[in-house]
Design a protein around this ligand. Structure first.
Ligand SMILES: *[C@@H]1O[C@H](CO)[C@@H](O)[C@H](O)[C@H]1NC(C)=O
Ligand SMILES: *[C@@H]1O[C@H](CO)[C@@H](O)[C@H](O)[C@H]1NC(C)=O
Ligand SMILES: *[C@@H]1O[C@H](CO)[C@@H](O)[C@H](O)[C@H]1NC(C)=O
Ligand SMILES: *[C@@H]1O[C@H](CO)[C@@H](O)[C@H](O)[C@H]1NC(C)=O
Ligand SMILES: *[C@@H]1O[C@H](CO)[C@@H](O)[C@H](O)[C@H]1NC(C)=O
Length: 505
């Protein structure tokens, strides 16, 4: 567990997932002391460490080359390596562990690793960084699940191939099925294969919770051993998430720490019962609960995109921001995301009618059969006080502003239509205040000021176009017209976490 995060909640607590986004990591060198220390060690310690690490890596690479020498590819895939080649893996592990020690990252082991006959699969979580790779050396060189492209890399590829990995072929249409088949074959084979090591989350988080486990590791229905990873350090220089420091910065900051720890804990082997053998998702969830408890952190069933959507909706102060993820899921199941029903409604300029809407009208507007239970579920999200009427405008703005990658300016345009009580685009001060409050999170009194500045001639209304040309000239609205924040993050950290078992879902 990261020292900075105080985790008191476990899976049993009532817990509001909408407040969490584990795909962010903030890392600042706080004090001047830290900064001076880092600068000093960059000069004194870093070069020595880098040289030693490079030497060890080259040694490991050469051993992998020797170990693979004269071994046809088919052999590598069809049966486990044996004899002197197998013995060499021990040497690679030793060198690998030395690499980490040379970098100042000490790997501490708790518990006992099961043998392959006790547990053919090791399930490792939480996955938070590329440093997690060290677990391969600690666990005696198990097979990993990797993308085909990683094996082509001339350096890493040799080491990866030496683990006899299960490859995921991205361009194979049956990739998911084939990967699962291969995992099942390996896990249930009578041959002496290495154990299989899987990070079931498939992507990195900041270890504040466990996200959904992909069921790949759980299809074979064999006993598995859960393995927890912790980084109990004062300064978290390892976490590699979508929004956070780059890999190079993390490497630099970690190598300039005098030492840091990685704790690897083997939990007792988990043997699935009959129900879990039949249902890999159930098996996955139950194992996740065991691990969450051991780690003292909650579980969270949202994807990165879900978390981003919620964070954005809350920042914008969209109506009903916290339920929008669930609402969008329902919309998807109803097929509304494929049609333009809602867009057409706001274009029809009769939004003023939408403030009080019953389930009958709701069904009619969305063109969904009144007896569809999903429709009622959707309605309930907005009918908080069971009065039988909802403010349909809140629904329209919320779902339209968060669908199809709209930027904030688009959302404002939508809000201008939704909250237009004149029906002709002339926004009263009240409409305008509501619009800015529910898209830019601006307080009503401030919004009124903006209104007055736009409406210099005293017409007592503004339009979207007038707002736009006003905002273009004002520094405080500049962000509306630049590249959105999430696009910047995407282009910066384009290919972030090794999502190797993405396809084994
Ligand atoms: C990690 O994620 C949690 C939300 O799950 C967040 O509150 C916390 O600030 C994040 N930690 C860091 C160091 O960014
Ligand atoms: C690893 O094995 C694959 C085939 O399984 C092969 O195509 C690839 O070239 C190998 N990588 C290296 C670096 O030898
Ligand atoms: C939706 O938002 C309105 C105010 O914007 C609030 O009164 C209502 O309780 C919210 N409903 C839910 C389900 O959060
Ligand atoms: C609560 O009920 C009243 C009618 O009883 C209604 O006017 C109001 O809009 C409702 N509020 C919400 C958030 O549904
Ligand atoms: C407008 O949005 C802000 C969020 O920044 C909120 O605090 C405020 O209560 C909202 N409503 C009004 C009437 O100002």
């Amino acid at each position: 567990m990261n020292g900075k995060i105080v985790a008191s909640k476990t899976t049993e607590d009532t817990f509001r997932p909408e407040l969490l986004n584990p795909f962010v990591h903030h890392l600042e060198l706080g004090t001047t002391y830290e900064k001076i220390k880092t600068a000093l060690f960059t000069i004194l310690l870093l070069p020595i460490r880098v040289i030693i690490i490079c030497l060890l890596l080259i040694a490991g690479w050469l051993i992998a080359i020797v170990g693979l020498c004269g071994l046809p590819e088919e052999n590598l895939r069809e049966k486990p390596i044996t004899g002197w080649r197998r013995k060499l893996t021990g040497l690679v592990c030793f060198l690998g562990k030395s690499t980490y020690t040379a970098g100042g990252l000490h790997m501490v082991v708790k518990g006992r690793q099961a043998t392959r006959s006790e547990a053919p699969i090791l399930v490792t979580a939480p996955h938070s960084t590329f440093f997690d790779g060290g677990i391969i050396y600690v666990t005696g060189f198990p097979s990993i699940i990797v993308r085909r492209e990683s094996g082509a890399n001339p350096y890493i590829g040799k080491l990866i191939n030496f683990t006899q990995p299960v490859y995921v072929w991205r361009d194979d249409p049956d990739s998911r099925q084939n990967t699962i088949k291969e995992i099942i074959n390996r896990a249930t084979s009578s041959l002496d294969w290495p154990q299989i090591l899987i990070f079931p989350e498939g992507t990195c988080t900041n270890r504040s919770c466990l996200i959904t486990f992909k069921p790949g590791a759980f299809y074979p229905g064999v006993p598995i051993q859960p393995v927890c990873i912790r980084y109990p350090n004062k300064l978290d220089t390892v976490t590699w998430t979508w929004e956070g420091p780059s890999a190079l910065k993390l490497l630099w900051l970690t190598l300039t720490q005098v030492y840091s720890y990685c704790e690897i804990e083997f939990l007792p082997v988990y043997t699935p019962n009959e129900a879990e053998k039949r249902d890999p998702k159930l098996f996955a969830n139950n194992v996740r609960n065991v691990m969450a408890k051991a780690l003292g952190i909650p579980v969270l069933d949202y994807t990165y995109d879900d978390c981003r959507l919620m964070t954005r909706a809350k920042e914008m102060n969209l109506p009903n921001a916290t339920t929008l993820v669930e609402v969008q899921k329902l919309r998807h199941r109803l097929g509304l995301d494929q049609s333009n029903v809602e867009e057409n409604l706001i274009e029809s300029s009769i939004s003023c009618k939408y403030s009080m809407v019953t389930i009958l009208q709701f069904a009619d507007y969305l063109n969904i059969a009144l007896n569809d239970p999903l429709l009622h579920q959707l309605f309930q999200y907005y009918d908080t006080n069971s009065s039988g009427v909802i403010d349909f405008r809140e629904y329209l703005l919320g779902v339209l502003a968060t669908s199809k990658n709209r930027n904030v300016l688009d959302s404002i345009k939508i809000a201008c239509k939704v909250y237009d009580s004149s029906g002709v685009g002339r926004l009263s001060p009240e409409d305008f205040a509501k619009i800015l409050n529910h898209t830019l999170a601006i307080r009503v009194d401030e919004a009124m000021n903006v209104f007055q500045q736009i409406d210099k001639t005293g017409l007592n209304y503004v339009t979207f176009e007038k707002f736009q040309s006003y905002a273009e000239k004002k520094a405080e609205f500049a962000s509306l017209f630049s590249l959105s924040k999430e696009k910047k993050v995407k282009s910066k950290n384009g290919d972030i976490c090794p999502e190797y078992d993405k396809k084994t879902e």
